[in-house]
Design a protein around this ligand. Structure first.
Ligand SMILES: NC(=O)c1ccc[n+]([C@@H]2O[C@H](COP(=O)([O-])OP(=O)(O)OC[C@H]3O[C@@H](n4cnc5c(N)ncnc54)[C@H](O)[C@@H]3O)[C@@H](O)[C@H]2O)c1
Length: 353
């Protein structure tokens, strides 16, 4: 066995920061991901102590070879197909999110010294959350009740990991945000998706650097056999409709986002799969909360600097463009119906049969 930490999805949003945090701690890291042009380019600027290793985790042969060659002390399993692309690629998403997790777990179990396995999960396992129905934040004891494809996949993956003979830890993440605009590009799908979600739905955000801190800490902390809820401090307990405008405002684009629609209090199904989370145990064990929501906004404003002033002039134009991507443009009704909107534009979002 080496003392390397193998990070799957190592070039993604959470992966690239997790790799960086582990390198800061002086841990040897193997970052694995799909071999794409963007990933190959990113691999040229990896921190010291980090190696890149390309593998498609849907290919069992590549997974076995990867685990045998690296023989890691810990696997941090982040690779996944997440919303919104998951709804356009149901079959592929299942192969990555569920089948590849099973392959990885089996290959890890087969090693002479099996690694600790830290699994990335999501608050999506709790399903659609009507804030008029539920008052308290979700806890580790809240029964999982996935209502969409993504939450279903994440719960299946958790169950595979928890049923294994490995020393496992599951981290269920809230809404991961980055102050780096390049890390969260505004694609037309992303704009559409954002506009479809009920503005008064609860979202518990977290800075990606704090998520990375949590994953790195979970490789050594006394948390084996625990499910931990990873989200920011209380300032990150937000409503969906305030996030986009705050991010746009921090970059000088206040007013660029047209208002969305609230959720229907009488429908439990027509809400998004996020809620506020009880992070007390995770924070006690991993001490990962370092960036508050106001700090993130101030940092973004600072980065935008003087550019914020010319950006203000662009805001009305941006608003026209964004309005064109909007899920409920010209649609009758006053409430959001996110799953119908997603079904119409991206694909069937329901659970696998
Ligand atoms: N971003 C969030 O808000 C959020 C919230 C809750 C949970 N999570 C979980 O955290 C993890 C990381 O999410 P992220 O936001 O960094 O996503 P991401 O899409 O940025 O990264 C996922 C990575 O997985 C890789 N990948 C996809 N298919 C692969 C395959 N066949 N073989 C190898 N690699 C493959 C992708 O190339 C990508 O780099 C995921 O498991 C996700 O479910 C994320």
């Amino acid at each position: 066995m080496s003392d390397a930490v193998l990070v799957t999805g190592g070039f993604g949003l959470v992966g690239s920061q997790t790799v960086r945090r582990l390198a800061e701690l002086g841990r040897p890291v193997v970052a694995t991901d799909l071999q794409t042009d963007a990933n190959r380019k990113a691999a040229t600027t990896l921190p010291d102590g980090v190696r890149a290793r390309w593998a498609d985790l849907t290919d069992p042969g590549q997974v076995e070879q990867l685990l045998t060659e690296v023989a890691p002390a810990v696997v941090i399993h982040l690779a996944a197909v997440i919303p919104p692309p998951i709804y356009r690629n149901r079959a592929l998403a299942r192969k990555v999110n569920v089948d590849a997790t099973a392959t990885l777990v089996r290959a890890a179990e087969a090693l002479p010294t099996p690694p600790r396995f830290v699994q990335a999960s999501s608050n999506a396992v709790y399903g659609a959350r009507n804030p008029h129905r539920h008052n308290a934040p979700v806890t580790v004891d809240t029964p999982p009740h996935p209502t969409d494809l993504y939450g279903g996949h994440k719960l299946e993956a958790e169950e595979l990991v928890r049923a294994s003979s490995l020393e496992w830890v599951v981290l269920r993440l809230g809404g991961v945000l980055s102050t780096d605009p390049k890390a969260m590009p505004f694609t037309t799908d992303a704009l559409f998706f954002e506009s479809a979600l009920p503005t008064d739905g609860r979202l518990h955000s977290v800075d990606v650097r704090d998520v990375a801190w949590a994953f790195a800490a979970a490789t050594t902390a006394d948390v084996v056999g625990e499910i931990l809820l990873i989200a920011g401090d209380d300032t990150h307990k937000l409503r969906q409709g305030e996030v986009g405008p705050a991010l746009a405002g921090a970059r000088g684009m206040a007013g660029a986002l047209p208002p969305g629609r609230p959720g229907d209090p009488d429908r439990d199904d027509a809400w998004f799969i996020t809620d506020w989370m009880d992070t007390a145990r995770a924070q006690e064990a991993l001490q990962f909360q370092h960036h508050s929501w106001p700090d993130m906004l101030a940092e973004m404003s600072g980065q935008a600097g003087l550019l914020r002033y010319p950006m203000r002039l662009l805001a009305p134009l941006a608003r026209l463009y964004v309005a064109r991507q909007s899920a409920y443009r010209n649609a009758p009704g006053r409430y959001a119906d996110p799953w119908a909107a997603i079904r119409a534009r991206l694909g069937e979002p329901g659970l696998d049969r």
